[in-house]
Ligand binder design. Structure first.
Ligand SMILES: [Zn+2]
Length: 233
């Protein structure tokens, strides 16, 4: 009996190990990261298009996603080189449907970190692999729009506060509505009731207030839609 239990526990332990990224081959890890980059790009494009007129910097989007060796974790680079032939120069990773349209300039960068988080340095938007593993595309849209709003509102140089977070959330919901995404569902699902960042000082003091704030912004957008007015935040 005791032995059987020990064998069973060992079996469960092996199964648990098999599902962790550490047990994947480097090629499998690279393929996962590649898919994450493509997903970030695909979900980000409608947000960057809808943000034109709101964001501070725009550029012509060529509809092409590039990657290069330096975009991957150092230990995976030798394999990325032999597996994909990647080098120092940009290589096409993915070609999308849209192209040569004006879009907000805010490169989406995959951050190889298991901790779920998203943040911006004022130019780029960083999303961790840990966050991508946890959320659906609609939640990801809201998070990208929130970071884009931080860039548009030039929040990076300011002292982090709940006020800035509320401003970013308000603009993010407007961007989602402009992108014709289900902004109500995005704002009221689970992830939206959590703090937008993990850094101290950037947190909502009370996350229930975040949902209340979102409900207020939904009312604002609905009123504009009913009146047939432009969705300008
Ligand atoms: Zn924020």
């Amino acid at each position: 009996m005791g032995n059987n239990l020990a064998i069973l526990l060992a079996g469960l332990l092996l199964m648990a190990c098999a599902s962790t990224p550490q047990s994947l081959t480097y090629r499998e890890q690279l393929d996962i990261y590649k898919d994450m980059k493509i997903r970030l790009y695909q979900v980000g494009i409608p947000i960057k298009l809808a943000g034109v007129g709101v964001c501070s910097k725009t550029r012509i989007d060529k509809g092409v996603l590039y990657h290069k060796l330096r975009d991957y974790p150092e230990k995976l680079r030798p394999v990325a080189q032999s597996y994909w032939g990647l080098g120092a120069d940009d290589t096409i990773l993915y070609e999308g449907q849209s192209g040569h349209v004006s879009a907000c300039q805010a490169p989406l960068v995959l951050d190889y970190d298991t901790i779920p988080n998203a943040y911006t340095d004022g130019d780029n938007i960083f999303v961790t692999s840990g966050l991508l593993n946890e959320i659906d595309d609609l939640a990801l849209s809201l998070i990208i729009a929130h970071e884009l709003a931080h860039i548009a509102l030039k929040h990076v140089d300011k002292e982090p506060s709940e006020t800035l977070e509320r401003e970013a959330d308000r603009m993010a919901l407007f961007i989602l509505a402009r992108a014709k995404l289900d902004y109500r569902k995005a704002a009221l699902q689970d992830v939206a009731s959590k703090p937008p960042h993990i850094y101290a000082g950037q947190k909502y003091l009370d996350t229930s207030k975040r949902a209340d704030h979102f409900r207020g912004v939904i009312g604002e957008i609905e009123k504009l839609e009913e009146e047939g007015k432009a969705l300008v935040p």
